[in-house]
Design a protein around this ligand. Structure first.
Ligand SMILES: NC(=O)c1ccc[n+]([C@@H]2O[C@H](COP(=O)([O-])OP(=O)(O)OC[C@H]3O[C@@H](n4cnc5c(N)ncnc54)[C@H](O)[C@@H]3O)[C@@H](O)[C@H]2O)c1
Ligand SMILES: [Zn+2]
Ligand SMILES: [Zn+2]
Length: 362
């Protein structure tokens, strides 16, 4: 048995509580990681609104840390390795075999059920009751956790390990949408709706990809300032009544758009702002049904759903670290650290938009 402390969610609307829990020893294909830092992503708050998730639950899916034990059959990692932990996938379904693990046939049960694919879990609370601790195959709101080895991307020991976790989801998602999914071309134009953790990563990646026109749209003036600082050539208030006209003037019809807001009215504006043949990537968790006039798509436009930036984490995370080292992906500047015990304050700060990416330090 492994003894640790974790931030546990017991009620959908309740606080996270710091508790002692016990974890089973790692099984085949699993490793134990001592967490150095873990990002807070909006998806960690899904159990507050989604029905049917098995509480109590330990969330956290942007962890980084050092391997302290390995289970049977793990050959790629050893004790002492530093890792960034990303999403889980099976490795053997049609999507995984074709290099698209974000579309793994068992993506949802592996990442968003809190349990193993068979419904089991590996953790108990102080009263001996089951705790769901397989969120994204990691449940990293904890001092120590058991992780699927396939999720863990080995990184250089000279890097600031405690800051790297968000490369496993939020930053990977925004950057991957631009670099992997849309494959933004030099000289092209892109509009990014929502300049939060995901949108700002998309803007940084668009600049690194040498897009010529990079437009940011947000309701929060502070976020628009950040967007301009990190590469947006134009910034617009999402509430502007003539937003569509402003976007067309800035881009003459954009080659690409990405939505990180999930707001259906915003997505309709995004599609309408595309040049014929343009592509709109959908990243934000949809807030309601998306109803669109079919003529919006008739001119060869594409609407594309994107999970985790279409990333193969073992490839994209090292690439983002290289871009960071080259000064082209300063994701660390978007982070504010909080002790794990202050996770409820971190959640509030993120909701208010005061901090782009909270990282919790156990
Ligand atoms: N598809 C995936 O794989 C994946 C991965 C990570 C996150 N997500 C989702 O992406 C979304 C964005 O995540 P984030 O961490 O960047 O969130 P965030 O809160 O940091 O950023 C969202 C931004 O959108 C802005 N915004 C909200 N409504 C708007 C509107 N009507 N018009 C313009 N701007 C508006 C907010 O002010 C904020 O700056 C979330 O829904 C999250 O769940 C999806
Ligand atoms: Zn996430
Ligand atoms: Zn798979």
């Amino acid at each position: 048995m492994i003894q640790t402390t974790a931030a546990v969610l017991r009620e959908p609307k309740g606080p996270f509580t710091i508790e002692a829990i016990t974890l089973d020893e790692p099984g085949p294909g699993e490793v134990v990681v001592r967490i150095a830092g873990v990002g807070l992503c909006h998806t960690d708050l899904l159990p507050r609104v989604a029905e049917g998730l098995p509480l109590p639950l330990v969330c956290g899916h942007e962890g980084s840390g050092a391997v302290v034990a390995v289970g049977d059959g793990v050959t790629e990692l050893e004790v002492g390795d530093h890792v960034v932990i990303s999403f889980d996938s099976c490795g053997s379904c049609r999507s995984c075999e074709s290099g698209r693990p974000a579309y793994c046939a068992t993506f949802f049960p592996r990442n968003l059920s809190g349990r193993r694919v068979d419904g089991g879990t590996n953790a108990k609370d102080a009263a001996g009751e089951d705790v769901s601790a397989r969120w994204f195959g990691q449940s990293t709101f904890a001092a120590v956790t058991v992780v699927t080895a396939r999720n863990a991307v080995k990184v250089d020991k000279g890097l600031p390990l405690h800051l790297l976790g968000p490369l496993g989801c939020g930053f990977q998602t925004g950057a991957g949408a631009v670099l992997e999914s849309l494959r933004v071309e030099p000289g092209s134009s892109i509009i990014v709706f929502g300049a939060g953790a995901v949108g700002l990563a998309a803007i940084l990646a668009a600049k690194a990809a040498r897009a010529e026109t990079i437009v940011a749209v947000d309701l929060n003036p502070g976020r628009l300032e950040l967007a301009a600082k990190y590469g947006a050539t134009h910034t617009f208030d999402g509430g502007a009544v003539d937003l569509g006209d402003l976007l067309r003037q800035a881009t003459q019809g954009a080659d690409y758009a990405v939505d990180t807001t999930g707001v259906p009215t915003v997505i309709r504006i995004a599609i309408d702002a595309l040049h014929p043949g343009g592509v709109c990537g959908l990243i934000g968790a949809l807030r309601g049904d998306l109803i669109i006039d079919p003529t919006l798509l008739a001119v060869g436009r594409t609407l594309k759903g994107i999970v985790e930036g279409d990333a193969v984490p073992q490839q994209l995370i090292p690439r983002l670290i290289e871009l960071w080292q080259a000064g082209e992906f300063p994701f660390d500047e978007l982070i504010r650290t909080f002790p794990l015990a202050e996770i409820n304050d971190a959640e509030e700060a993120m909701r208010r938009g005061d901090v782009v990416k909270p990282v919790l330090i156990p």
